[in-house]
Ligand binder design. Sequence first.
Ligand code: SF4
Length: 239
Amino acid sequence: MPIPLNEIFGPTIQGEGSDIGKPTMFIRTFGCDFDCTWCDTKYAVDLSSGTFYNAKETYILEELNSAGCNRVVISGGNPLLHDLDLLITLLKENDYEVHIETQGSIYKDYLKKVDKINISPKGPSAGDSVTTWDMLKEFLQDLEEIPKDIKIVVFTEADYDYAISIYNMLKEKLGMEFGDKNEFILQIGTDIDSKNPSEQILRELCTFIETVTYYGDFGDDVRILPQLHTLIWNTERGY
Ligand code: SF4
């Protein structure tokens, strides 16, 4: 079944999470079940900001094959809105390393076929679109074997408290361990209206690192990372 896509781009680098800096192709699906106040990919979420085209799985595979990079991240929007079973099967048959990025609101069985799931639960500053613990617990319940990045973007103190609560629940209720198969990542939020987002990130990252390491709420488990692509290319699309 054709998949609504916003764009296919790369090779570039993965700018976030535990694969930061690695060569990567991106498939960006169109549409999202959330409406985060600070969404930086509105062009992949609603038609007033962006567009989509329907692409067959075989077309997507041909596009990727011509790029010559074997790591692919399926991002959005929320890719889990769509039936990606055939696409992921084809990619795996063709030896691609397949990652998928989502906020953790919708579960699909095809998640069990991917190599890594990058989950970015949305905290209070996202507005009405929050990934609740119940949502996340349900999303994760059958995915124990799949390596995961849990990445929380922190804009406010309420987001920081949300990150602590999610971290503690993951450890206490699901027995998740971090540092080997799974990673717990904090990232400071980027003001999408900022004229110079890289300057803002570097200015705030310093204080953020001091705060997180001083309070020790995440023990030694946490990785604190910037968005590397924003530091390099600001909010330019296609990277
Ligand atoms: S979940 Fe992601 S893509 Fe969807 S609105 Fe929020 S930030 Fe944008």
